[in-house]
Design a protein around this ligand. Sequence first.
Ligand SMILES: Nc1ncnc2c1ncn2[C@@H]1O[C@H](COP(=O)(O)OP(=O)(O)OP(=O)(O)O)[C@@H](O)[C@H]1O
Ligand SMILES: O=C(O)c1ccc[n+]([C@@H]2O[C@H](COP(=O)([O-])O)[C@@H](O)[C@H]2O)c1
Length: 200
Amino acid sequence: MEKTRIKTGLFGGTFNPIHIGHLALANYLCEYEDLDEVWFLVTPQNPFKKGDHLLDDYIRLEMVEAAIAGYPHFRASDFEFGLPRPSYTVDTLRQLARTYPERDFILIIGADNWAKFAQWRAPEEILRNHSIRVYPRRGYDLTIPASYTQVKAVETPLLEISSTFIRQALAEGRDIRYFVHPEVYRIIQEKHLYQSSNQP
Ligand SMILES: Nc1ncnc2c1ncn2[C@@H]1O[C@H](COP(=O)(O)OP(=O)(O)OP(=O)(O)O)[C@@H](O)[C@H]1O
Ligand SMILES: O=C(O)c1ccc[n+]([C@@H]2O[C@H](COP(=O)([O-])O)[C@@H](O)[C@H]2O)c1
């Protein structure tokens, strides 16, 4: 009998830092969609973002690990740390498929990223080999043309906060503890992260 493949949602981001918007979205996808797991893929350098003001990869990973501890469907992944930079998702997916043949990797992206998907590296290869779930982001259209049978829009609740907002608030000395997991807030405090606008 054929073994059931593990449906693994791949949620890539810089996570600088991870916040409750990321966590609630991934939680929803595990509980209300058909994903067995969601992997938080910590991206060393997004091809569209400048890397010069980015917090160290391992501190961002540590915060993701702390935030997801205890929930069995989540995993933190440093897979891109060993790959060339910037991190092109098509390269990551190729390597992941080789390393984990027992899993189907399903890309999770926001409507903001879907709007720019044609500008990603080798989008047609990604579409040929993987399913994509697109979740809503405010201000972006979530219509998927019918010809993209492997791309599905998922109706998830929206928590419109961003890591940029959190970094800025912390640099201004605001106490925004409820926007991040308590363990993430503890790490931010302990390591004095994001405490001035010069810091990443
Ligand atoms: N509030 C949110 N709810 C759901 N998804 C989000 C939210 N904020 C960001 N995302 C998505 O999560 C992925 C990773 O996000 P990223 O680490 O870039 O966070 P961000 O909050 O958008 O960061 P920044 O403000 O630094 O650009 C992206 O695809 C982004 O679209
Ligand atoms: O492969 C690409 O060309 C590409 C272009 C832009 C973004 N991505 C990936 O998409 C994920 C989310 O990006 P972002 O900017 O919304 O955090 C992250 O893993 C990026 O590496 C990938």
